[in-house]
Write a protein that binds this ligand. Sequence first.
Ligand SMILES: C[S@@+](CC[C@H](N)C(=O)[O-])C[C@H]1O[C@@H](n2cnc3c(N)ncnc32)[C@H](O)[C@@H]1O
Length: 234
Amino acid sequence: MKPFITLAETKTPDGGRLTLHERDGEHYIYLNGEQLMSSVATSSEIRLAELACAKIQKGTADRVLIGGMGLGFTLKRTLQLVGQDAKVEVNELLPEILDWNREHLADLNGKLLDDPRVKMRLRDVTETISNAKEATYSAIMLDIDNGAEAMVSRANRNLYSVFGLVKIAKALTLGGRAVFWSATKNDRFRKKLVKVGFKVTEVGSKAYPNAKRETHFLYQAERLGRTAMLPDEM
Ligand SMILES: C[S@@+](CC[C@H](N)C(=O)[O-])C[C@H]1O[C@@H](n2cnc3c(N)ncnc32)[C@H](O)[C@@H]1O
């Protein structure tokens, strides 16, 4: 078997060990020894973009938000789905992820950061959402953790609280969609989305095209109207 090479490593804000590896042309990112993402299992990251951007018409100047960059498969599919006038904002928490994309992963998806539609910010996506004006984004794609209960950064938990979800609803246009990636089925989270007033669809996804089972879950939350509670109303 080909060797599993460590290309780079860093610490997360909570002191976790984040490492980048390569084996036989494929790339892997591990958090504390557990795989966070890989260039082999990308089907659900791609599906995330397809669900979030399903209602976007090419030719319109939609604004969409992706948190975070990772290996860039959600970004790649988004750029294929939106039009030339769209604005694709990507927020990434860890500077090393951007460095790795430019240095080690340029031929994977790193070069997409130079697409004129992309606005990359080294920033916590929760901050962007909190500061967004009402009805800014047609789509918000959130794949920042292994799900609402397995986080890269403890601070991310705020995003999955009712308060955080209300802010996401507020940042979406009417009919806009937020989609959350999750490594497991999470009925508690689904109910929370319903409580906030979203139209919720739980979509199972295979990790890779030939997988036998759908092991990942995508929580699609559509803003229905001005019914979601806004933070100052809570
Ligand atoms: C699972 S990866 C994303 C995979 C990506 N969808 C893809 O297609 O490769 C999670 C990414 O989110 C980033 N991240 C974690 N918390 C974040 C936050 N609060 N704001 C922005 N990015 C964050 C991580 O550093 C990591 O790069």
